[in-house]
Design a protein around this ligand. Structure first.
Ligand code: DP6
Length: 346
């Protein structure tokens, strides 16, 4: 390989949350999850790969910092799985599989702040490696999953379903596209950044603690998620916004209830997050219909879903309730709002 291969992968936002693993090593989830992948123009990871006999060792640079591959089981796993695929294609003694690889990756948004950076990061790493070695037809979501669970969903654009599967080895735990973004072109996502500093408890640690201690998680996994997954896939297929929005809000609320049911509790939402939740419910009640919904990952930042036709009225209300201190900037009171994002495959 004599040229650098560069790819970009966007973040995805779950509307049915993945929270809890049945296998920590293979990253197999306890439940199905459903997400929307954002447009690549906005929040994304950008990764460049160079490989060849002239490179003296494997190295990964993330946002300008050299990472240790040896001590990072997940990075090592992704490299190994890609090399295994090369050997499968070219035989055990493949020279290409022995090449060292240099990776350089950057996020254009804060890392580890509950903004799905690991999802975009690992999806991009795996996709770029696969492109560099001509492996794009392989099951890339299953490899990305072993970097970070939610990364398997960022391999596809549009609306994505990560099936938990039942196999102990994970052969059936992979992501499939429910619909391309073109299926629902009116859909918009607004991100309200309440706080973009690094979170105290990572998703990996938080969900492990929930699996150990939360009774509510068991009920969620067995009873709620299977029904909700079926319902939200139907709502997406039918473009039924009210149904989609209600399930999204209920699932976000239940996920954060599980976090509080964890012992010791994981508290990801703050006062401003709760103000946003109240504001959205008040707004929907005032207009007499569910026009906008929220979801929160493992952090205080809100992702809002709304359709294009309802956007300008809603934005004017939002700016009223959370007035901007610097009108020309995109900072609202304590909140940074990105431009409404149109989902698009990359
Ligand atoms: C709250 O995929 O970051 O964002 O598999 O341990 O890397 P690991 O966890 P990660 O967890 C994401 C959790 C979530 C919900 C979701 O995206 O479904």
């Amino acid at each position: 390989m004599d040229k650098v291969v560069t790819c970009v992968a966007p973040v995805n936002i779950a509307t049915i949350k993945y929270w809890g693993k049945r296998d920590e090593h293979l990253i197999l989830p306890l439940n199905d999850s459903v997400s929307l992948t954002l447009d690549c123009d906005q929040m994304h990871a950008k990764t460049s790969v160079l490989a060849g006999p002239f490179i003296d060792e494997d190295s990964v640079w993330l946002n300008g910092q050299l990472m240790s591959i040896e001590t990072n089981e997940r990075l090592k796993k992704c490299f190994d799985l890609i090399r295994n695929l090369i050997k499968k294609r070219e035989g055990e003694n493949s020279q290409e599989a022995k090449w060292n690889i240099r990776v350089c990756s950057e996020n254009n948004f804060p890392t580890a702040a509950g903004l799905a950076s690991s999802a975009a990061g690992y999806a991009c790493l795996v996709y770029t490696l696969a492109n560099a070695f001509g492996l794009v037809d392989e099951d890339l979501p299953s490899i990305a999953r072993q970097g970070s669970g939610s990364a398997c969903r960022s391999i596809y654009g549009g609306f994505v379903h990560w099936k938990a599967g039942i196999d102990d080895l994970g052969s059936d735990s992979t992501a499939v596209q429910i619909a391309a973004d073109t299926h629902w072109p009116e859909m918009r996502i607004i991100l309200l950044v309440v706080n973009d500093s690094q979170k105290k408890t990572s998703s990996t640690v938080g969900m492990k603690q929930s699996v150990k201690t939360s009774e509510l998680l068991k009920y969620r996994v067995q009873k709620c998620v299977p029904e909700r997954t079926e319902e939200i896939i139907k709502a997406i297929t039918d473009k039924n916004f009210e149904k989609f929005a209600e399930i999204t809000m209920r699932d976000s609320n239940q996920f954060h209830a599980v976090c509080l049911d964890t012992y010791p509790p994981c508290v990801y939402l703050n006062q401003v997050s709760h103000e946003i939740i109240s504001f959205i419910h008040d707004y929907n009640e005032a207009v007499g219909q569910i026009k906008v919904s929220y979801t929160f990952d493992a952090g205080p930042n809100a992702f809002l879903f709304i359709q294009q036709n309802d956007l300008s009225l809603f934005m004017s209300e939002l700016v009223n309730v959370f007035p901007s201190e610097q009108p020309e900037s995109s900072y609202l009171r304590g909140i940074k709002s990105t431009l409404p994002n149109k989902i698009k495959p990359y």
